[in-house]
Design a binder for this molecule. Structure first.
Ligand SMILES: [Zn+2]
Length: 357
Protein backbone atom coordinates (compact mmCIF):
# COMPACT_ATOMS: atom_id res chain seq x y z
CA UNK A 1 0.00 0.00 0.00
CA UNK A 2 1.95 2.99 -1.24
CA UNK A 3 -0.09 5.55 0.69
CA UNK A 4 1.20 4.13 3.93
CA UNK A 5 4.57 5.58 3.08
CA UNK A 6 3.35 8.94 1.91
CA UNK A 7 1.73 9.98 5.18
CA UNK A 8 2.99 9.78 8.70
CA UNK A 9 3.17 6.20 9.88
CA UNK A 10 1.33 6.99 13.13
CA UNK A 11 -1.68 8.38 11.26
CA UNK A 12 -1.74 5.53 8.80
CA UNK A 13 -1.60 2.89 11.50
CA UNK A 14 -4.34 4.64 13.48
CA UNK A 15 -6.61 4.67 10.43
CA UNK A 16 -5.96 1.03 9.61
CA UNK A 17 -6.49 0.04 13.25
CA UNK A 18 -9.85 1.77 13.33
CA UNK A 19 -10.96 0.18 10.08
CA UNK A 20 -9.88 -3.41 10.25
CA UNK A 21 -8.46 -4.31 13.60
CA UNK A 22 -5.27 -5.48 15.20
CA UNK A 23 -4.15 -8.37 13.02
CA UNK A 24 -4.00 -6.21 9.89
CA UNK A 25 -2.09 -3.55 11.78
CA UNK A 26 0.50 -6.12 12.74
CA UNK A 27 0.88 -7.18 9.13
CA UNK A 28 1.12 -3.61 7.88
CA UNK A 29 3.61 -2.75 10.57
CA UNK A 30 5.92 -5.62 9.80
CA UNK A 31 5.95 -4.62 6.14
CA UNK A 32 6.55 -0.94 6.90
CA UNK A 33 10.03 0.37 6.43
CA UNK A 34 11.47 3.88 6.49
CA UNK A 35 11.87 4.67 2.80
CA UNK A 36 13.60 7.24 0.67
CA UNK A 37 12.80 7.71 -3.00
CA UNK A 38 15.90 7.29 -5.15
CA UNK A 39 15.86 7.16 -8.95
CA UNK A 40 12.06 6.96 -8.78
CA UNK A 41 11.98 3.88 -6.55
CA UNK A 42 11.32 3.43 -2.80
CA UNK A 43 14.54 2.33 -1.09
CA UNK A 44 15.43 1.17 2.44
CA UNK A 45 18.76 1.84 4.16
CA UNK A 46 20.55 -1.46 4.88
CA UNK A 47 21.14 -0.16 8.41
CA UNK A 48 17.37 -0.30 8.97
CA UNK A 49 17.45 -4.00 8.02
CA UNK A 50 20.39 -4.53 10.42
CA UNK A 51 18.50 -2.77 13.22
CA UNK A 52 15.31 -4.74 12.80
CA UNK A 53 17.04 -8.12 12.76
CA UNK A 54 19.88 -7.34 15.20
CA UNK A 55 22.54 -7.91 12.58
CA UNK A 56 25.91 -6.22 12.67
CA UNK A 57 26.76 -4.18 9.58
CA UNK A 58 30.28 -4.04 8.14
CA UNK A 59 31.21 -1.79 5.31
CA UNK A 60 33.94 -2.51 2.79
CA UNK A 61 34.98 0.66 1.02
CA UNK A 62 37.22 -1.32 -1.29
CA UNK A 63 34.42 -3.40 -2.78
CA UNK A 64 31.61 -0.91 -2.03
CA UNK A 65 29.82 -3.69 -0.21
CA UNK A 66 27.98 -4.13 3.06
CA UNK A 67 27.82 -7.33 5.06
CA UNK A 68 24.96 -7.83 7.51
CA UNK A 69 25.60 -10.76 9.81
CA UNK A 70 25.15 -12.57 13.05
CA UNK A 71 26.22 -16.05 14.11
CA UNK A 72 23.66 -17.70 11.79
CA UNK A 73 23.15 -15.28 8.93
CA UNK A 74 25.20 -13.40 6.41
CA UNK A 75 23.85 -11.08 3.74
CA UNK A 76 26.16 -9.24 1.36
CA UNK A 77 25.01 -6.32 -0.81
CA UNK A 78 27.15 -4.48 -3.35
CA UNK A 79 26.62 -0.99 -4.69
CA UNK A 80 25.11 -0.84 -8.19
CA UNK A 81 24.54 -4.59 -8.24
CA UNK A 82 21.32 -6.58 -8.42
CA UNK A 83 23.12 -9.68 -7.23
CA UNK A 84 23.36 -10.29 -3.49
CA UNK A 85 24.43 -13.18 -1.30
CA UNK A 86 22.48 -14.90 1.43
CA UNK A 87 24.57 -17.34 3.50
CA UNK A 88 26.81 -17.96 0.52
CA UNK A 89 23.93 -18.46 -1.95
CA UNK A 90 23.49 -16.15 -4.95
CA UNK A 91 20.23 -14.32 -5.52
CA UNK A 92 19.08 -11.46 -7.71
CA UNK A 93 17.20 -8.35 -6.63
CA UNK A 94 14.66 -6.62 -8.84
CA UNK A 95 16.42 -3.26 -8.47
CA UNK A 96 20.13 -2.56 -8.10
CA UNK A 97 21.51 -1.65 -4.68
CA UNK A 98 22.06 2.12 -4.54
CA UNK A 99 24.82 3.98 -2.72
CA UNK A 100 23.43 7.05 -0.98
CA UNK A 101 24.68 9.19 1.92
CA UNK A 102 27.43 6.82 3.08
CA UNK A 103 25.22 3.78 3.08
CA UNK A 104 23.68 1.26 0.71
CA UNK A 105 19.97 1.04 -0.04
CA UNK A 106 17.85 -1.93 -1.14
CA UNK A 107 14.50 -1.35 -2.86
CA UNK A 108 11.54 -1.65 -0.47
CA UNK A 109 9.80 -4.33 -2.54
CA UNK A 110 13.00 -6.39 -2.56
CA UNK A 111 13.24 -6.00 1.23
CA UNK A 112 9.66 -7.19 1.71
CA UNK A 113 9.73 -10.01 -0.85
CA UNK A 114 13.35 -11.22 -0.56
CA UNK A 115 15.01 -10.17 2.68
CA UNK A 116 12.10 -10.57 5.11
CA UNK A 117 11.19 -14.11 3.95
CA UNK A 118 14.87 -15.12 4.10
CA UNK A 119 15.46 -13.73 7.58
CA UNK A 120 12.06 -14.58 9.05
CA UNK A 121 10.47 -17.36 7.01
CA UNK A 122 7.70 -17.95 9.54
CA UNK A 123 6.59 -14.31 9.53
CA UNK A 124 4.52 -14.45 6.36
CA UNK A 125 0.74 -14.38 6.34
CA UNK A 126 0.00 -17.75 7.96
CA UNK A 127 -0.66 -20.57 5.55
CA UNK A 128 -3.79 -22.43 6.52
CA UNK A 129 -2.15 -25.81 6.77
CA UNK A 130 0.99 -27.78 6.19
CA UNK A 131 1.57 -28.60 2.54
CA UNK A 132 0.06 -31.97 1.79
CA UNK A 133 -0.61 -32.00 -1.95
CA UNK A 134 2.40 -31.37 -4.16
CA UNK A 135 1.96 -30.70 -7.90
CA UNK A 136 4.98 -31.76 -9.94
CA UNK A 137 5.15 -30.25 -13.40
CA UNK A 138 7.44 -32.08 -15.80
CA UNK A 139 8.20 -29.46 -18.46
CA UNK A 140 7.57 -29.93 -22.20
CA UNK A 141 6.25 -33.21 -23.67
CA UNK A 142 4.86 -34.64 -26.89
CA UNK A 143 6.18 -32.79 -29.97
CA UNK A 144 7.92 -30.27 -27.67
CA UNK A 145 11.09 -32.10 -26.60
CA UNK A 146 12.59 -29.06 -24.87
CA UNK A 147 16.37 -28.88 -24.75
CA UNK A 148 18.51 -31.75 -26.02
CA UNK A 149 22.06 -33.03 -26.27
CA UNK A 150 22.22 -35.40 -29.24
CA UNK A 151 25.81 -36.47 -28.59
CA UNK A 152 24.94 -37.64 -25.10
CA UNK A 153 21.57 -38.89 -26.35
CA UNK A 154 19.37 -37.06 -23.87
CA UNK A 155 16.40 -34.75 -24.22
CA UNK A 156 14.68 -32.58 -21.66
CA UNK A 157 11.12 -33.88 -21.88
CA UNK A 158 12.29 -37.43 -21.14
CA UNK A 159 14.59 -36.69 -18.21
CA UNK A 160 12.20 -34.25 -16.50
CA UNK A 161 9.43 -36.84 -16.71
CA UNK A 162 11.69 -39.51 -15.26
CA UNK A 163 12.73 -37.08 -12.52
CA UNK A 164 9.08 -36.24 -11.80
CA UNK A 165 8.31 -39.92 -11.21
CA UNK A 166 11.35 -40.32 -8.92
CA UNK A 167 10.35 -37.23 -6.94
CA UNK A 168 6.75 -38.46 -6.73
CA UNK A 169 7.88 -41.75 -5.14
CA UNK A 170 10.10 -39.96 -2.64
CA UNK A 171 7.38 -37.52 -1.62
CA UNK A 172 4.73 -40.24 -1.33
CA UNK A 173 7.13 -42.14 0.91
CA UNK A 174 7.16 -39.09 3.19
CA UNK A 175 3.38 -38.87 3.37
CA UNK A 176 2.63 -36.24 0.72
CA UNK A 177 0.00 -36.68 -1.95
CA UNK A 178 1.41 -35.97 -5.40
CA UNK A 179 -0.22 -34.93 -8.66
CA UNK A 180 1.64 -34.80 -11.95
CA UNK A 181 0.60 -32.23 -14.55
CA UNK A 182 1.40 -34.82 -17.19
CA UNK A 183 1.27 -38.57 -16.74
CA UNK A 184 2.88 -39.44 -20.06
CA UNK A 185 4.66 -37.99 -23.06
CA UNK A 186 2.04 -35.50 -24.23
CA UNK A 187 1.93 -31.78 -24.87
CA UNK A 188 0.17 -29.80 -22.12
CA UNK A 189 -0.26 -26.07 -22.88
CA UNK A 190 1.55 -23.84 -20.39
CA UNK A 191 -1.66 -22.19 -19.09
CA UNK A 192 -3.19 -25.61 -18.48
CA UNK A 193 -0.42 -26.73 -16.09
CA UNK A 194 -1.23 -24.37 -13.18
CA UNK A 195 -4.95 -24.99 -13.83
CA UNK A 196 -4.43 -28.72 -13.27
CA UNK A 197 -2.55 -28.02 -10.03
CA UNK A 198 -5.27 -25.61 -8.86
CA UNK A 199 -7.98 -28.13 -9.61
CA UNK A 200 -6.16 -30.72 -7.48
CA UNK A 201 -5.97 -28.12 -4.65
CA UNK A 202 -2.18 -28.34 -4.70
CA UNK A 203 -0.37 -26.76 -1.75
CA UNK A 204 2.90 -26.43 -3.68
CA UNK A 205 3.82 -26.39 -7.36
CA UNK A 206 7.27 -27.46 -8.57
CA UNK A 207 8.07 -27.18 -12.28
CA UNK A 208 11.04 -29.25 -13.48
CA UNK A 209 13.29 -28.21 -16.36
CA UNK A 210 16.79 -28.55 -17.70
CA UNK A 211 18.55 -25.64 -19.35
CA UNK A 212 20.39 -25.17 -22.62
CA UNK A 213 22.70 -22.53 -24.02
CA UNK A 214 24.31 -24.05 -27.14
CA UNK A 215 26.18 -20.82 -27.94
CA UNK A 216 28.09 -21.13 -24.64
CA UNK A 217 28.65 -24.85 -23.97
CA UNK A 218 30.85 -24.13 -20.94
CA UNK A 219 27.90 -22.67 -19.03
CA UNK A 220 26.50 -25.04 -16.41
CA UNK A 221 24.80 -24.92 -13.04
CA UNK A 222 21.44 -24.71 -11.33
CA UNK A 223 18.88 -21.89 -11.22
CA UNK A 224 15.73 -21.65 -9.11
CA UNK A 225 12.97 -19.31 -10.31
CA UNK A 226 10.02 -17.76 -8.56
CA UNK A 227 7.44 -15.35 -9.92
CA UNK A 228 8.71 -11.75 -10.15
CA UNK A 229 6.75 -9.69 -7.59
CA UNK A 230 4.59 -6.89 -8.96
CA UNK A 231 6.52 -3.66 -9.47
CA UNK A 232 9.90 -5.35 -9.94
CA UNK A 233 11.97 -6.31 -12.94
CA UNK A 234 12.60 -9.96 -13.72
CA UNK A 235 16.21 -11.12 -13.36
CA UNK A 236 16.75 -11.24 -17.12
CA UNK A 237 15.31 -7.76 -17.72
CA UNK A 238 17.79 -4.89 -17.93
CA UNK A 239 15.04 -2.28 -17.95
CA UNK A 240 11.57 -1.98 -16.46
CA UNK A 241 8.78 -3.36 -18.63
CA UNK A 242 5.16 -2.15 -18.88
CA UNK A 243 3.83 -5.45 -17.49
CA UNK A 244 5.94 -5.16 -14.32
CA UNK A 245 2.91 -3.66 -12.52
CA UNK A 246 0.37 -6.29 -13.57
CA UNK A 247 -0.88 -8.29 -10.58
CA UNK A 248 -1.55 -12.01 -11.03
CA UNK A 249 -2.81 -14.71 -8.59
CA UNK A 250 0.71 -16.00 -7.91
CA UNK A 251 1.61 -12.67 -6.28
CA UNK A 252 -0.38 -13.63 -3.17
CA UNK A 253 2.49 -15.98 -2.39
CA UNK A 254 5.49 -13.65 -2.80
CA UNK A 255 6.66 -14.39 0.75
CA UNK A 256 6.21 -18.16 0.58
CA UNK A 257 7.60 -18.33 -2.95
CA UNK A 258 10.87 -16.96 -1.58
CA UNK A 259 10.85 -19.35 1.39
CA UNK A 260 10.21 -22.30 -0.95
CA UNK A 261 12.85 -21.14 -3.42
CA UNK A 262 15.50 -20.80 -0.70
CA UNK A 263 14.61 -24.18 0.82
CA UNK A 264 14.90 -25.99 -2.51
CA UNK A 265 17.88 -24.07 -3.92
CA UNK A 266 19.94 -24.58 -0.76
CA UNK A 267 19.26 -28.32 -0.73
CA UNK A 268 20.25 -28.60 -4.40
CA UNK A 269 23.53 -26.78 -3.76
CA UNK A 270 24.32 -28.66 -0.56
CA UNK A 271 23.64 -32.06 -2.10
CA UNK A 272 24.92 -31.75 -5.67
CA UNK A 273 27.54 -29.00 -5.43
CA UNK A 274 26.72 -27.54 -8.84
CA UNK A 275 27.70 -24.09 -10.05
CA UNK A 276 25.28 -21.77 -8.26
CA UNK A 277 23.51 -19.66 -10.90
CA UNK A 278 21.31 -18.18 -8.24
CA UNK A 279 17.76 -17.72 -7.10
CA UNK A 280 16.12 -15.79 -9.89
CA UNK A 281 12.79 -14.32 -10.81
CA UNK A 282 10.76 -14.45 -13.99
CA UNK A 283 7.16 -14.03 -15.12
CA UNK A 284 6.82 -17.60 -16.36
CA UNK A 285 3.26 -18.51 -17.33
CA UNK A 286 3.22 -21.57 -15.05
CA UNK A 287 4.10 -19.39 -12.03
CA UNK A 288 1.50 -16.68 -12.68
CA UNK A 289 -1.91 -18.34 -12.48
CA UNK A 290 -1.21 -20.66 -9.59
CA UNK A 291 -3.06 -20.71 -6.28
CA UNK A 292 -0.15 -21.85 -4.12
CA UNK A 293 3.57 -21.17 -3.64
CA UNK A 294 5.47 -22.21 -6.75
CA UNK A 295 8.99 -22.58 -8.12
CA UNK A 296 10.48 -23.52 -11.46
CA UNK A 297 13.88 -25.21 -11.24
CA UNK A 298 16.42 -25.34 -14.07
CA UNK A 299 18.46 -28.30 -12.87
CA UNK A 300 21.47 -28.13 -15.17
CA UNK A 301 22.54 -27.39 -18.74
CA UNK A 302 22.07 -30.11 -21.32
CA UNK A 303 24.26 -28.00 -23.64
CA UNK A 304 27.20 -28.64 -21.29
CA UNK A 305 28.65 -32.07 -22.09
CA UNK A 306 29.73 -32.95 -18.55
CA UNK A 307 26.44 -31.85 -17.01
CA UNK A 308 24.40 -33.60 -19.72
CA UNK A 309 26.25 -36.86 -19.06
CA UNK A 310 25.44 -36.62 -15.34
CA UNK A 311 21.79 -35.77 -15.98
CA UNK A 312 21.56 -38.79 -18.29
CA UNK A 313 22.30 -41.15 -15.39
CA UNK A 314 19.43 -42.46 -13.21
CA UNK A 315 21.68 -42.17 -10.13
CA UNK A 316 22.05 -38.42 -10.58
CA UNK A 317 18.32 -37.98 -11.14
CA UNK A 318 17.68 -39.88 -7.92
CA UNK A 319 20.02 -37.45 -6.14
CA UNK A 320 18.14 -34.52 -7.68
CA UNK A 321 14.82 -36.00 -6.53
CA UNK A 322 16.23 -36.49 -3.02
CA UNK A 323 17.42 -32.86 -2.80
CA UNK A 324 14.08 -31.54 -4.09
CA UNK A 325 12.17 -33.66 -1.56
CA UNK A 326 14.47 -32.47 1.25
CA UNK A 327 13.84 -28.87 0.18
CA UNK A 328 10.08 -29.44 0.31
CA UNK A 329 10.48 -30.93 3.80
CA UNK A 330 12.46 -27.84 4.89
CA UNK A 331 9.66 -25.66 3.55
CA UNK A 332 7.12 -27.71 5.50
CA UNK A 333 9.17 -27.16 8.66
CA UNK A 334 9.04 -23.40 8.07
CA UNK A 335 5.26 -23.56 7.71
CA UNK A 336 4.84 -25.50 10.92
CA UNK A 337 6.95 -22.94 12.75
CA UNK A 338 9.66 -25.42 13.67
CA UNK A 339 12.22 -24.10 11.24
CA UNK A 340 12.30 -20.39 11.66
CA UNK A 341 15.57 -20.54 9.76
CA UNK A 342 16.03 -23.01 6.94
CA UNK A 343 18.19 -25.98 7.78
CA UNK A 344 20.32 -26.42 4.69
CA UNK A 345 22.43 -23.37 5.32
CA UNK A 346 25.46 -22.75 3.20
CA UNK A 347 28.33 -20.54 4.15
CA UNK A 348 30.48 -21.55 1.23
CA UNK A 349 32.70 -18.50 1.30
CA UNK A 350 33.09 -18.61 5.06
CA UNK A 351 36.81 -19.06 4.71
CA UNK A 352 37.22 -16.21 2.23
CA UNK A 353 38.53 -13.23 4.13
CA UNK A 354 36.29 -10.23 3.91
CA UNK A 355 38.14 -7.26 2.42
CA UNK A 356 39.61 -4.82 4.94
CA UNK A 357 36.84 -2.85 6.50
ZN1 LIG B 1 12.41 -26.47 -20.23
Amino acid sequence: MAWLHRCSLGTAVAVVWALVGASTVMAQNSNSWPVVRLVGVEYVDVRAIANRYNLSASWSAQSAAVRLSDARTRLIFKANSREFQTDGVRAFLGEPVVRHRNSLYVSRIDVVTWIMPLLQPGAGVPRSSRPEVIAIDAGHGGPDAGAANRRVGVNEKTVVFDLAKRLKLKLEGRGYRVVLTRERDIKIPLQRRPELANRASADLFVSLHFNSLPSAPAVRGIETYTLTPQGLRSTADAIREPDDRVVVPGHRFNHWNTVLSAAIHRRLLASLHPIDRGMRRARFVVLERINCPAVLVELGFLSNAAEARKIATPAYRTQLAQALADGIDDYRSSISGRGNRLRAKLMTDETTPWPTL
